[in-house]
Write a protein that binds this ligand. Structure first.
Ligand code: CO
Ligand code: CO
Length: 300
């Protein structure tokens, strides 16, 4: 396999492979339970992004020495309940002392090789589907600056806690081969990773891209995490924007997401099947663009 994918893949036999991944980060929200839950959903996501089924996990945690033990207990409870929801057992882990809290999981999953979803599986003519809206980085940055409205925080917390399990199962059932999850490199950064691994281009339709409700209210005040500007600088040369998409809108497409959705690349008939089945189980899913030949990301 070429290039790094969402997780390491270790072939077990002719049919199956182990999928191994880890991820952890500092708190994105104030509530310890929600933080644990979001971090776990985010760690599990890389297995789902590859069409795998996670089954075992370990906690990785760091806590400042002067914090009450109840705080760690709440973080771990959030992680454990999210893992259980995903059908995953947390079999232990390790906690160290550190200045800033950190939490996440090491996750082990299994994938059927003929169901493996990877960054190099996008083909011209495929439609691009996205399973969560964008803007979590903007809202959590507004939260850190004490500028976010409670309902906007609640909206992104709900999204970030959501597992990518159903979206992954829909993709596997439809036979999708191309996909990844949208995290720190933003929609356009992860799209570029997929496009370059697959040797294709992509065309996004801005009007079709979903955003959390009030993200533009904050973006207009230039409330963005530093990572949005890093992403913009790093990936801009691969992206061509239609002139109608202003600087603020462009920057939101570079917003680093925490526990973002899956970006799936599927031939039109499979994409239609996923959209139809997603609706039946109330799994959000948006068609946001298409795969084209070439080597650029276009946003129109
Ligand atoms: Co990933
Ligand atoms: Co990751």
């Amino acid at each position: 396999m070429e290039g790094p994918d969402d997780a390491a893949v270790w072939k077990l036999d002719d049919q199956r492979a182990l999928v191994i991944t880890t991820d952890f980060f500092t708190p994105v929200v104030d509530d310890a339970y929600d933080y644990g839950s979001i971090a776990a959903a985010n760690s599990l996501s890389d297995v789902f992004a590859m069409g795998g089924r996670p089954f075992l996990a370990l906690n990785v945690a760091a806590l400042p020495p002067n914090q009450p033990i109840e705080l760690l207990a709440e973080i771990l409870r959030g992680g454990a309940e999210k893992a259980r929801q995903a059908g995953v057992v947390i079999a232990g882990g390790h906690t160290v002392q550190d200045k800033e809290p950190k939490y996440g999981l090491v996750v082990l999953g299994v994938v059927e090789l003929n169901h493996l979803i990877s960054k190099n599986g996008a083909r011209p003519g495929d439609l691009l589907l996205l399973s969560k809206p964008l803007g979590f980085g903007v809202i959590t940055t507004a939260l850190k600056q004490e500028l976010a409205a409670p309902e906007d925080i609640a909206e992104v917390v709900t999204w970030m806690k959501q597992l990518n399990k159903n979206a992954s199962e829909l993709a596997v059932a439809a036979g999708v081969r191309g996909g990844t999850d949208i995290t720190g490199y933003s929609l356009l950064g992860h799209a570029w990773e997929m496009a370059s691994a697959s040797h294709v281009g992509m065309r996004f339709e801005f009007e079709k891209i979903p955003f959390v409700q009030n993200v533009f209210r904050y973006a207009k005040e230039w409330i963005f995490p530093g990572g949005a500007f890093d992403n913009k600088q790093y990936f801009s040369s691969h992206v061509q924007f239609d002139p109608k998409i202003d600087d603020i809108a462009q920057t939101i497409l570079f917003d680093p997401e925490t526990s973002g959705g899956l970006l799936l690349s599927a031939p039109p008939e499979k994409a239609k099947e996923i959209l139809k089945n997603a609706k039946e189980i109330d799994q959000p899913m948006w068609e946001v663009g298409e795969v084209i030949s070439g080597n650029h990301i276009l946003v129109e």
